[in-house]
Every structure is written in structure tokens, then in C-alpha cells.
Write a protein that binds this ligand. Sequence first.
Ligand code: 3HC
Length: 306
Amino acid sequence: MNKLVGLTRNFSSSANLNAIKTVTVVGGGLMGSGIAQVTAQAGQNVTIVDLQPELLDKAQKSIQANLTRVGRKLYKDDAGKVEGFVSDSLDRIKVSTKVEDGANADLIIEAIVEKLDVKQELFNKLDQLAPEHTLLATNTSSISVNAIGAGIKRKDKFGGLHFFNPVPVMRLLEVIKSDQMSEDTYQAMMSWGKSVGKTCITCKDTPGFVVNRLLGPYSAEALRLYERGDATKEDIDIGMKLGAGYPMGPFELADYTGLDTNKYALQVMYEMTKNPVFRPIPLLDKMVAEGKLGRKVGEGFYKYSK
Ligand code: 3HC
């Protein structure tokens, strides 16, 4: 399979896609900037909204660096074409600290902090501000999509669009069907996902959706194996890479996604399912309490130089 499939333009001919020409991403963190990048790469105009101007600066810089990576792969030694690809894509990205500036889009994707009340407040505001036709989506990885949209009127135009980290590289998009999502909204979201180079799968609003529901027990069992002293973390990582073909072992992946994110996802799935496989893991709690959150802080299960 060509690795560039997820990185190049891939316009869909579906009529539904005509509905989505402009996109707003609320939240300029790692996921939000990745979503904005793939949208701009696909030729669509996108606004990134974040309350913190310094996060917007950081997002623009990381998008530029990642677009250059993509451009170099697409156009190899043709520096002019790489530069053109990067600047054309960047020209399609606007940033703002005011949600009002992004409310007039065809699709608004939320990628902010994983807190139910904060997300609900944002969606209630977007529901008031956005034109009637605007579709609203959450990129939540673990909270119930229906709960996030509980206060909005346009429940038929709302659902989950769950991307994976790193967004420009991971080719999957989970389209989460909220209880009252209309067929038109579902088709529009599936077509839009395809238009930004992703392969879409569909899931009901069930804890962890498909991928995190399966990655959760995998990660939890790896942590327990290590906690009991049955094997070293290095050997577990090697085992899963060489024995199961995973690109990263479970400890490398936990460091990559963040131990706090990992702990929160397990906690939410435990609360929602009561499945003991998701029960708290003392080692994970201890590491999070000590601030060993993974790559983003320079130390998790492994140490990283900045
Ligand atoms: N933007 C553009 N391209 C990027 C990139 C980025 N942000 N990050 C990496 N790449 C490209 C590199 O240029 C390279 O391309 P090439 O192979 O064509 O030269 C390729 O991706 C591989 O990158 P690296 O050589 O730097 O590093 P690795 O080979 O170690 O790959 C990885 C890095 C892609 C992260 C790989 O290790 C991987 O796939 N890991 C698993 C990630 C995973 O499981 N993600 C899902 C996490 S769960 C989740 O996201 C759920 C959510 O709810 C939290």
C-alpha cells in the first residue's frame, strides 16, 4: 500500500461532499493541528480556533514543518514544488482566538480538552452561532458522543470524527454515529473523511469506539505484565514489534500518546463498562502523579532528549 495515500489530495465525487467546503477546528493542540493540516493539504479552507495565541503559533510552526516533510516525500528533489505545496497549504489555514471567527463553516470539529462540561459548553455555543446547515463533530477519544451533544438542538447534524495520532500519518478515521445523526450527515462525514485522505470506519457511540476499546486492554495488560515483573518493558516492546508486527511496543506507544491520556481513557472506559480489564493500574497512577507523562515532558517509561 502506498504510504502517500493518506497524504495526497483525494477528492471524492460524492454529492454530499459538496456540502463541506470550509472547515473549522476548535483546539490547536496536537490533534487539532493535525486535522487542520490534512484538511488544508486536501485543498480545503480551514480555520483553527484556540483561546491561547501561543498554541496557535506552535500549531502553525508544527504544521509548516510537517507539510515540508510531506512535500519532500511527494516532490522529492524539486524544491520549488515542495515550497509551492507548503505555501499553498498554509495559505488555506487561518487562525483565531475567537470561536465566532470560525462559526461560519460547513463543518466544525472540536479537538479540545477531554472534559465533558467544557465540551458541552462549546457545542451549545456553536449550536447558537453556526448557520443552520453547519455540521458539528467531536474528536473525543473516550467520552460519550451523545453526552457531549446532549444540549444542542441540531442533533441530526452532530457526530464523532475520531482521528489518530499522528493525524497526517495514521490513515484511519472513525465516524461515530450519534443516536440522532441523520443519514445525510453520516454520508457527508464519511465523504469528507475520504476527501482528506482517510479510510473511514463506522461505529456506534460505544465506550472507546473500535480502536481504543481494543487498545485499552492491550495497554492495560502490558502495564500489569511489567508491574508484576514478568518481563521488562523493553522486552515487551520488542515482543509486540517483532512478534506481532506493531510499529511501536505498548510502552513506546504510551509515551507517544501520553500517560495521562492513557490513564484517562482507561478510567472512562472502566466507569462506562465496569469491565475489570480497565480497572486502575497503580504503576500508571504513580507515574502520572510524578509527572512522567511521556515524550511531551521528556520522560515516561523511557527518557527523551528535547
Ligand atoms: N506529519 C507528517 N509525516 C510524519 C509525521 C507527521 N506528524 N510523523 C511521522 N511522519 C512520517 C515520517 O516522515 C516518515 O515517513 P517515511 O516513512 O515516508 O519516511 C513516517 O511518518 C515514519 O516516521 P519516522 O521515520 O519519523 O518514525 P517511525 O518510523 O518510528 O514512525 C510512527 C512513527 C508513524 C508514529 C509509527 O511509529 C507508528 O505508526 N506508531 C503507532 C502510532 C499509533 O498507534 N497511533 C495511534 C495511537 S491511539 C490514538 O491516536 C487514539 C487517540 O484517541 C489518542
